[in-house]
Design a protein. Structure first.
Length: 147
């Protein structure tokens, strides 16, 4: 059985309502990024994998993981109540810029596998941050502990 985009559209329809959290699987690339929230767990695993590649790839992974852990710490504080969502949104603006800058740098100077991972995430960067703007959407990082 094919797992291409035409199969995804046949199963899910041409348009979707609401925000959904798909994997970065290519079959879903035909749907607008604005309808998605990228699952954070694979993104964090990708960054951890970069760390295992040594050299600039390791630097890229470390650099992106630091703000990612800060983001998760803030998100848990929003969910638990001590941090207002409006404050979280405004605090996320510089963090978002930092993460995107680091991903761009990894795309430009990383090893081929790291550059490809960063390029793939950068293409869908808008979907990394849907949970910041849309109340009720989660970053989907089950099993990931904020440090």
């Amino acid at each position: 059985m094919s797992r291409g985009g035409h199969v995804a559209r046949a199963l899910l329809g041409a348009t979707l309502s609401g925000i959904w959290v798909p994997a970065r699987y290519r079959a879903y690339h035909g749907y607008p990024v604005r309808w998605r929230q990228l699952c954070g767990a694979p993104w964090l695993r990708d960054c951890a994998a970069m760390r295992g590649r040594a050299g600039r790839a390791e630097e890229s992974g470390d650099a992106v993981l630091a703000p990612a852990h800060r983001l998760l710490t803030w998100w848990h504080r929003v969910r638990q109540g001590p941090l207002k969502r409006s404050t979280f949104r405004s605090d996320m603006t510089p963090l978002r810029r930092e993460v995107e800058r680091l991903l761009e740098a990894g795309r430009e100077r990383g090893r081929p596998k790291t550059a490809g991972t960063c390029r793939d995430i950068v293409k869908r960067r808008e979907a990394l941050w849907t949970f910041v703007q849309v109340e009720g959407v989660e970053p989907q990082v089950q099993g990931v502990v904020a440090v």
